[in-house]
Design a protein around this ligand. Sequence first.
Ligand code: ZN
Length: 236
Amino acid sequence: MSLDVLAIAAHPDDVEQTCGGALIRMSEAGYRTGVLDLTAGDMGTRGSPEIRIAESEAASKVMGVAWRGNMRMPDAKLENSLDFRTKLALKIREVRPKVVILPYWQARHPDHYRCGEMGYEACFLAGLRKLDPETEPFRPSKILYASLYADVRPSFIVDISAQFERRMSALLSYTSQYGEMFEGGALFPNEQEIRERLAAVARFYGNQIGVKYGEPFVVKEAIQIDDIVSMPSRSI
Ligand SMILES: [Zn+2]
């Protein structure tokens, strides 16, 4: 198998919130996209691992994702151990993504930053021939960090104005998480609340590049630009 882009995240539905728009846009452009969730969200208050995996598959169909996997690592107990790191590196060898998207390396939830750290190290390990003599070494050429929930200046922002509604539908495929529910005896308008919150965040980043909705990313290295005359987004 060979993917163009693989988003690795700690929990099902993380990708739909942080970089689903960019994945949808790349799939619309003809690239083969993939998602690898490290856990099935077993510690979540609502739903079960089986339900969340089924929902993540429904969300993948909405996003036009070519491949989705789940490592079934323990939710809320994710450790950057040699065992987990090696398993992840071997999975990267299997799906051979040119570009990997990871969660930003600082976050409130430990699973999120551990996923970022473990993903980074696994991408490196995957390229070492002696990691496993049975499988071909492979190293992704680019690592992007999805920084939507991090309070940092993005390295670049992807215009997802045309993909926003599809990303919203993908997220709402997780009915165990975002379906209507009773709270305090009244029906809580969950979907509307989520829609407004996601739209506000996407609008905030879109505004920075002069479009309606955007998704932010950070890269550790400098970005090469060959044509400085036709650079998009105006200076303020
Ligand atoms: Zn998460």
